[in-house]
Write a protein that binds this ligand. Structure first.
Ligand SMILES: C[S@@+](CC[C@H](N)C(=O)[O-])C[C@H]1O[C@@H](n2cnc3c(N)ncnc32)[C@H](O)[C@@H]1O
Length: 225
């Protein structure tokens, strides 16, 4: 199944989703251009959806985030949303394995006028995260990369978020299979690490957490210990 091409919003009713997008206008011309340019460059359509991007911006604003980490940059769509949410005082460190994607993201950050706030780190996130640890503790960590890595990314967030900081994890529903004990199909390998992420977030004692019921599921925890 994987990520849906069109990421709906609320109750699965396309008309309701259209209404929400009309009223809340989550995607301006800059974000639309980033999405379209990413598609023309051959990137898979796995960026967050427009309403998810708006959630990220609003959550970053609500948290008063000034120092954030994003794991999984792709073409920079969600990074622009986070940078906008933090404002000109904010700094976003974003990690991307693929150099071509990182280059496209840098162009997106330029185009959105946030390049001065964003540092793109290229390579396996778990190795490269060490480079920024001295700049912590962080206010916000957004996890949206390889699913096998989610438990380790959460462990990193536990250590490097400030108390009161927030961790966000996209694809928290594991493409609709997070609750299944014996998942089958192309997403099966992603289910166990995504479930481990959610269970540790919910029960590990370091976060007060919930799952926002977006199309993909957005896990969210506030660090309490
Ligand atoms: C779902 S996409 C990120 C989408 C992006 N957050 C957005 O919404 O615009 C996941 C990205 O993580 C990258 N990735 C995969 N494994 C990684 C790793 N070990 N370290 C860093 N990035 C990784 C992939 O190349 C891909 O571009």
């Amino acid at each position: 199944m994987g990520s849906p091409l069109v990421k709906g919003f609320g109750q699965g009713d396309p008309a309701l989703a259209r209404w929400a997008e009309e009223v809340f206008a989550p995607e301006d011309a800059v974000l639309r251009e980033i999405r379209e340019r990413s598609a023309r460059a051959g990137l898979p359509p796995i960026a967050v959806g427009p309403m998810d991007g708006l959630h990220l911006e609003v959550l970053a604003r609500a948290a008063g985030a000034r120092r954030a980490v994003e794991i999984g940059t792709l073409g920079g769509y969600s990074g622009v949303c986070l940078a906008r949410g933090m404002g000109p005082e904010g700094v976003l460190h974003t990690f991307e394995l693929d150099p071509a994607r990182a280059a496209l993201a840098r162009a997106s950050f330029e185009r959105a006028g946030v390049a001065g706030q964003v540092r793109v780190h290229v390579g396996p996130a778990l190795e490269r995260l060490r480079e920024v640890e001295g700049e912590g503790p962080f206010d916000l960590v957004f996890v949206d990369a390889d699913k096998q890595g989610y438990p380790a990314y959460l462990a990193w967030a536990e250590e490097h978020l400030r108390v009161g900081g927030i961790v966000l994890g996209d694809n928290a529903f594991a493409f609709g299979h997070v609750h299944e004990r014996a998942p089958a199909g192309e997403d099966a390998a992603a289910v166990a690490p995504l479930r481990a992420f959610a269970e540790r977030l919910a029960r590990g004692g370091r976060f007060r957490a919930t799952m926002l019921p977006t199309a993909e599921g957005l896990a969210m925890g506030v660090k309490v210990a």
